[in-house]
Design a protein around this ligand. Structure first.
Ligand SMILES: NC(=O)c1ccc[n+]([C@@H]2O[C@H](COP(=O)([O-])OP(=O)(O)OC[C@H]3O[C@@H](n4cnc5c(N)ncnc54)[C@H](OP(=O)(O)O)[C@@H]3O)[C@@H](O)[C@H]2O)c1
Length: 348
């Protein structure tokens, strides 16, 4: 297969770096363009970024010049890890100019004509692109992936829809890499727990989850009716967002059926054998003290969600713990999987 050229908007950031690391050996996509702010434009990538990943920065990318985030010179397919303060305007300009923008930012996620995708859960929401073409008059398109907690949460809840998912409460323990680089000051987060994350984090969890779990009806998404309550915290963990979750279900499902639903859960990426798809998207761990970020976050190349500690909840019906890699399954890896699905569906 001929290589598909890709660009990265926000290439110098935390998510941008993860794109570069994941795409270094990608069988279909090759990075040929890097965009960031005026602060970085004109510099070689290695001088514009503070590389934070254990993976080596590939030589060709290190030497590549960073461009301003304006459409024109980038290839048709562009991944975006732009700061949300500028993503709305810049991603819109790229879509208008004919680019396919596969975005991590929150700006377009809840727009009615923009797919908010987790390919295992709602691959059929790509149908919204028809409405987007009609409504926007853009030559290109925008597709988004969810907030980094929502990916983990929605994947854990999706297999429970068959039991009549009624309501759910989530308390998160979120890694510092979720705040970008340099992110939260070490003085604030070391040996501490911060019970607040800015940018409307709780509201995102309480709205994006319903859209993702929703069903396509007459060309639009009908949101899932589950009621969600979220409380978020930042904890001194490098990578991996953990959620302590309770659910209430309409049916009387036993624990074995729930674990079976998680372990057997598969979607379009597994059917199609997409390069970034983990063989088993959700793995239930039976050890009583798992999942843990230090031990489990990199399963399936960071694309597997691990769940454990399923037990009865005296308030709702069941409670459990779920974990996922926030910059891979929750950001760059999610966007790459979206683009792989779009390629297979003839949408690139
Ligand atoms: N980190 C996560 O776990 C995570 C997960 C899911 C989604 N997200 C979302 O992904 C996006 C990026 O997050 P991050 O953690 O990678 O943030 P980050 O480390 O702060 O990186 C932000 C990027 O945006 C660029 N940028 C800032 N202002 C700009 C401007 N005026 N014009 C063009 N580019 C500009 C920066 O370029 P310069 O270096 O040139 O300033 C940098 O490349 C955010 O929208 C975030 O909410 C993050």
């Amino acid at each position: 297969m001929a290589e598909i050229e890709v660009g990265i908007l926000g290439a110098t950031g935390m998510v941008g770096q993860q794109f570069i690391a994941l795409l270094a050996s990608h069988p279909w996509f090759k990075v040929t363009w890097l965009g960031a702010s005026e602060r970085s434009a004109g510099k070689a990538y290695r001088d514009a970024t503070a590389w934070r990943l254990p993976a080596m920065l590939p030589d060709d990318v290190a030497r590549r010049g960073v461009d301003a985030a304006t459409p024109g010179r980038a290839p048709k397919l562009v991944f975006s890890g732009l700061d949300s303060s500028v993503a709305g305007e810049i991603e819109g300009a790229f879509a208008q100019a004919g680019h396919i923008v596969v975005s991590n930012s929150r700006n377009y996620r809840m727009e009615a004509d923009v797919p908010l995708l987790i390919p295992e859960v709602n691959a059929d929401h790509l149908e919204l692109l028809k409405a987007q073409a009609t409504c926007r008059g853009w030559k290109g398109r925008i597709v988004t992936n969810p907030n980094c907690v929502v990916v983990v949460y929605a994947m854990a809840l999706a297999p429970l829809r068959q039991f009549g998912l009624k309501s759910s409460i989530i308390t998160t323990l979120q890694a510092i890499s979720g705040a970008g680089y340099p992110g939260v000051a070490s003085w604030d987060v070391l040996a501490n727990v911060i019970p607040f994350i800015g940018g409307g984090e709780e509201e995102k969890i309480e709205t994006e989850t319903n859209k993702i779990l929703g069903t396509m009806r007459s060309g639009a998404v009908a949101s899932h009716p589950v009621t969600v309550s979220a409380a978020v915290t930042r904890v001194p963990v490098h990578d991996g967002h953990t959620g302590s979750i309770s659910v209430s279900l309409e049916q009387n499902a036993d624990a074995e059926a729930i674990v079976g639903a998680w372990n057997s859960f598969r979607g379009r990426p597994q059917e199609l054998g997409l390069p970034s798809a983990p063989k088993q998207p959700i793995v239930y761990l039976t050890e009583p003290n798992r999942p843990q970020p230090a031990l489990d976050v990199n399963r399936g190349g960071g694309m597997t969600v691990t769940i454990g500690r399923l037990r009865a909840c005296p308030v709702l019906d069941y409670k459990f713990v779920a974990l996922g890699h926030n910059t891979i399954r929750g950001a760059a890896g999610a966007a790459i999987l979206n683009a792989e699905l779009m390629h297979c569906e003839g949408l690139l």
